[in-house]
Design a protein. Structure first.
Length: 766
C-alpha cells in the first residue's frame, strides 16, 4: 500500500513537472514567435546610406580622354568585355566606345538603360549616338559612381533584392545545392537530417549538414554560430515558426539578402545582390551560369572559397556546383562545358570603390549631421547624391602625394603633410577633398580640422577693408619699418619677408608683392576691427583677437575655412556656403531633400572687382608668378600665396574661371617645412590644375568702374590720351584722382543683403 501511494505521488509530480515544462516551453515558443514576427514584420535590416559622386554628363565637345572615361566607368562599377550586351558593360574598338548603361533612379526619376556608341577625337568626345539606329544625341548622363556608404554599427552592407529580381537560374541552382526539398518541407527536412547523420557517422566527423535554407536563415538572422544543443533546438523551433507565418518565396528572398558572402575591409558583404556587384560588377540577373555557381559555392565558406585569396579552392568548389547543376537538370551539357572551361581570373575583379574617398565622405557626413540623426544615416537606406568629381579627386590625390614626395627630397625634411579643397567657382560645390597625402587613410582630416596660421592668405581681407574705406589700387602706401607699442608686452616691429623696405609703393603692388609693412599700415589705418569683420563677412564664422599681428596672418583657419573665404571673392562678393550634397532620396527612391544655393550679397561687386584685379596681379607680376610654369598667363588666375612664421605653413589659394582651389602644406608637429607658399603649395596647386580642364578667369566688370593710368614714377593717376606707359587700373567711379586714402575720400557702394536669388546673379553678371 505505501508503495502504491509512493508511485501515485511520483506519477502526480511527474505530470505536474511535464505540465510545467509544457507551459515553460509554450511561453518560450511564444517568445521566439514574437522575436521572429517583430523582425520579419518590421525593418529586417539596418540599410546603410549610399553615397554617390556626381553623374558624368556626356556631350559632343566634352574635354574627356578615353583613359579618363575608362577610369570613371571602372569607379562606377562597369566592366570591360569582348562585346558588351548587358547593362554595365562596355567594349573598345579603336577610338570608339560601345557602352550599355544601367537603369538608375536619379532624383528626377528613373532613366532606363541605353545602348550607346561614343567616338573620340583627340582629348575630347566627338559624337554620341544610339548604337542600334545611329541617331545622334546632344547629351546623356551616366549613373554616378557609388563612392561610399555609412554602415550600421555591425558594418553590414547589402543591396536588397525583391523576389522578382531573383533569376530562376539562381533559384534552381541554390535549391539544387543547399535544399532540394525547400518548397515541400515545413522548415525542417527529416530526410536531409538523417542523410547527414549517416554520412557524418561513416566519416567520423562532420562533413555534411542537414540544415534547410529556413534553418540557415534563422541562424544568420537570430542566432549565433556556436555549435550547441540549445542553439540547434532554437534553430529548429524558429524554423518551424517562420514557415508557419511566412510563405516560401518571402523566406527565399530574405535568405538571398541576408547570407554572408565575403569581407571588404571592415565592411561585411551580405546578400547575393551586393556580392554580385562586388565580385562581378553585374546585377544578379545578368550573371552567367559559372558566376552563379561561384557565388552559391561560396555559401559553404566565404573566406575558405574566396576567389581572390584562394582561387584554386574556389575553382574546385565551382566545379562541384556546376556538376550538381548538370546532374539535376538545371543546365544542359553545352552550357556546362562552356561554364566549366571559363577561367576564374576572368570572372573575379573585386574593386569595390566603396569609401574610396574618406576625407570627402567625412565632409558629407558632417553636413548631414546638421539635419539628420546618426541612426538615419546608417539604417534607413538613404541615397545621397554629392558634388564629388572623380576626375578632379583622383588628380588631387595623385599630384598631392607625388609633389610632397619631391618636396621632401628637395628640403631633406621628411614627414610633410598636406590638404587640398577644390570647389566650383560659381556654385561653391565641393569637387574634391584631400585630408592628407595618403588618400585612403582615414582619421585626422586636415582639410576640415587642421587649424593653421594662414600667413599672407589673410591679406586680401586687409586690402578689401582698405578699398571699402577710401583706398584705391593706385593709392601710395609707405612700406617702411616701424614699431608698434604692445601694452603688457614687448613692442612689435613687423618685417618684410625679404627683410627689405620698399619705400613708397602703390597699393596694388603691396598686395601683389605681399609687402608686410605696407599691409600693416593699411590695416592699422582702417582699423583692425573692420578687418576682422571683413574676414567674418567673407565667410569665416569665428572670432579672432584684434591684434596687429592678425594683419599678417597670425590667425588660424582650416583649409575648408580658407576655401569659404576665397569663395566669396571668387563669386563677386556673394556668400555661398560650401556644399558637398545635391539631393537625397529615400530607400524607395522618393525625394527627401534638394540642397539648393543659399546666396547672400556681402560686398559690393565693384569692390570685389578691384580686389580680384589685384589678385590677378599677384600671379601676373607678384609672388605667384611661378604659376606660369603650370598654366598659361592667358588664364589670368587670381590667387594669393601664404607663408606663416618660420616657414611652418605653405599656402596657396586661387581661382580660375570655373574652379577654386586651396592647398596647405605643413608638418603635423608644426615644425618648419623650409617652404614658402610659392615654393610649396603653389607647386601642388599648379600641378593639379595643369591636368584639369580649366577656363580662363574673365572678371565681369560691374557698373560704377572707371579706368585710368598710374604713372609709376610719380604715383599719380592721369587720364591723358597721350600717357599710356603707366599701369592701367580700375577705380570706383569718382575715386581715380583722389589725393589721400582717407575713408572720407570715397565710401563703399551700399550693399543690399535682401535680394532675390535671380536678381543677385543678374547684378553680379552685369
Amino acid at each position: 500500500m505505501p508503495f502504491t501511494r509512493w508511485q501515485s505521488a511520483r506519477r502526480k509530480w511527474g505530470l505536474k513537472l511535464i505540465l510545467l515544462l509544457a507551459v515553460v516551453a509554450g511561453i518560450y515558443t511564444l517568445y521566439l514567435d514574437q522575436v521572429i514576427r517583430t523582425k520579419f514584420d518590421g525593418n529586417r535590416w539596418a540599410l546603410p546610406a549610399i553615397v554617390y559622386a556626381r553623374p558624368l554628363e556626356l556631350y559632343p565637345g566634352l574635354p574627356l580622354t578615353p583613359a579618363q572615361l575608362a577610369d570613371e566607368l571602372q569607379l562606377a562599377g562597369y566592366r570591360q568585355e569582348a562585346k558588351a550586351v548587358d547593362g554595365g558593360g562596355y567594349d573598345w574598338e579603336g577610338n570608339r566606345l560601345h557602352l550599355v548603361t544601367r537603369d538608375f533612379h536619379f532624383p528626377e526619376g528613373l532613366e532606363k538603360s541605353v545602348d550607346l556608341t561614343l567616338s573620340f577625337a583627340g582629348n575630347q568626345l566627338a559624337s554620341l549616338t544610339l548604337t542600334a539606329t545611329g541617331e545622334l544625341l546632344s547629351g546623356i548622363r551616366l549613373e554616378p559612381a557609388r563612392i561610399g556608404s555609412f554602415l550600421p554599427q555591425n558594418h553590414e552592407d547589402r543591396v536588397v533584392l525583391t523576389r522578382e529580381q531573383l533569376p530562376e537560374l539562381w533559384v534552381k541552382t541554390l535549391l539544387a545545392v543547399e535544399d532540394q526539398h525547400f518548397y515541400s518541407h515545413p522548415g525542417l527536412d527529416p530526410l536531409a537530417i538523417a542523410r547527414a547523420m549517416w554520412v557524418n557517422m561513416r566519416a567520423g566527423e562532420t562533413v555534411q549538414g542537414g540544415s534547410t535554407l529556413t534553418q540557415q536563415l534563422v541562424k544568420n538572422l537570430f542566432l549565433s554560430n556556436q555549435r550547441t544543443f540549445w542553439r540547434k533546438v532554437n534553430e529548429a523551433v524558429m524554423a518551424l515558426l517562420l514557415e508557419l507565418h511566412y510563405d516560401k518565396d518571402e523566406i527565399l528572398t530574405a535568405y538571398a539578402n541576408e547570407i554572408f558572402l565575403g569581407q571588404d575591409g571592415n565592411r561585411a558583404i551580405h546578400g547575393f545582390g551586393l556580392a554580385s556587384h562586388f565580385y562581378f560588377r553585374r546585377d544578379l540577373q545578368d550573371l552567367a551560369p559559372e558566376q552563379i555557381a561561384l557565388l552559391i559555392g561560396m555559401v559553404k565558406g566565404p573566406s575558405f572559397y574566396n576567389p581572390v585569396t584562394h582561387p584554386d579552392r574556389c575553382t574546385t568548389r565551382r566545379k562541384v556546383v556546376l556538376d550538381l547543376m548538370l546532374s539535376r537538370g538545371v543546365i544542359d551539357e553545352p552550357t556546362y562545358q562552356l561554364a566549366a572551361s571559363t577561367e576564374l581570373a576572368n570572372d573575379t575583379m573585386p574593386r569595390s570603390g566603396f569609401n574610396r574617398f574618406p576625407a570627402f565622405l567625412d565632409l558629407v557626413r558632417r553636413q548631414l549631421r546638421q539635419d539628420y540623426r546618426e541612426e538615419d544615416l546608417t539604417s534607413d537606406g538613404l541615397k545621397i547624391f554629392t558634388t564629388l568629381d572623380p576626375q578632379v579627386q583622383q588628380r588631387v590625390e595623385k599630384e598631392l602625394a607625388a609633389t610632397i614626395a619631391e618636396l621632401e627630397k628637395r628640403t631633406s625634411r621628411p614627414g610633410l603633410q598636406g590638404a587640398v579643397v577644390i570647389s566650383s567657382r560659381e556654385g561653391a560645390e565641393i569637387l574634391a577633398v584631400a585630408g592628407g597625402r595618403k588618400p585612403l587613410q582615414s582619421g585626422f582630416n586636415r582639410a576640415l580640422d587642421a587649424r593653421r596660421s594662414v600667413g599672407s592668405l589673410i591679406k586680401p581681407a586687409v586690402y578689401l577693408a582698405g578699398l571699402a574705406n577710401g583706398y584705391t589700387l593706385a593709392c601710395p602706401v609707405e612700406d617702411r619699418s616701424f614699431t608698434l607699442d604692445n601694452p603688457g608686452g614687448q613692442p612689435w616691429t613687423p618685417r618684410n619677408y625679404d627683410r627689405q623696405e620698399h619705400g613708397r609703393v602703390p597699393l596694388y603692388e603691396a598686395l601683389a608683392q605681399s609687402y608686410n609693412l605696407a599691409t600693416v599700415k593699411i590695416g592699422m589705418d582702417v582699423g583692425i576691427d573692420k578687418v576682422v569683420q571683413t574676414v567674418r563677412d567673407l565667410g569665416v564664422d569665428r572670432d579672432f583677437p584684434a591684434y596687429p599681428s592678425l594683419l599678417l596672418g597670425a590667425a588660424e583657419m582650416t583649409p575648408m575655412e580658407v576655401t569659404q573665404m576665397y569663395q566669396t571673392m571668387a563669386t563677386g562678393g556673394f556668400h555661398l556656403p560650401q556644399r558637398a550634397i545635391n539631393s537625397m532620396l529615400a530607400a524607395d527612391n522618393t525625394i527627401i531633400k534638394r540642397f539648393g544655393l543659399e546666396v547672400e550679397q556681402r560686398f559690393a561687386p565693384e569692390l570685389i572687382y578691384l580686389l580680384n584685379t589685384g589678385l590677378q596681379l599677384v600671379v601676373a607680376e607678384g609672388t605667384g608668378q611661378a604659376l606660369a610654369d603650370f598654366l598659361p598667363p592667358a588664364h589670368q588666375v587670381a590667387a594669393k600665396t601664404g607663408t606663416s612664421d618660420d616657414l611652418r605653413d605653405s599656402w596657396f589659394a586661387g581661382f580660375t574661371g570655373d574652379k577654386l582651389a586651396v592647398v596647405w602644406l605643413g608638418q603635423d608637429d608644426n615644425k618648419t617645412t623650409g617652404l614658402t607658399g610659392a615654393g610649396g603649395a603653389l607647386v601642388v596647386w599648379g600641378r593639379i590644375m595643369q591636368g584639369l580642364p580649366t577656363q580662363p578667369l574673365e572678371l565681369s566688370e560691374p557698373a560704377g568702374i572707371e579706368w585710368a593710368h598710374l604713372d609709376r614714377q610719380t604715383l599719380t593717376v592721369t587720364n591723358s590720351l597721350f600717357f599710356n606707359k603707366g599701369k592701367k587700373l580700375p577705380f570706383l567711379s569718382g575715386t581715380a584722382y583722389s589725393k589721400e586714402p582717407a575713408s572720407t575720400t570715397a565710401q563703399a557702394p551700399p550693399v543690399s543683403k535682401k535680394q532675390g536669388l535671380v536678381q543677385k546673379f543678374l547684378n553680379w553678371l552685369n
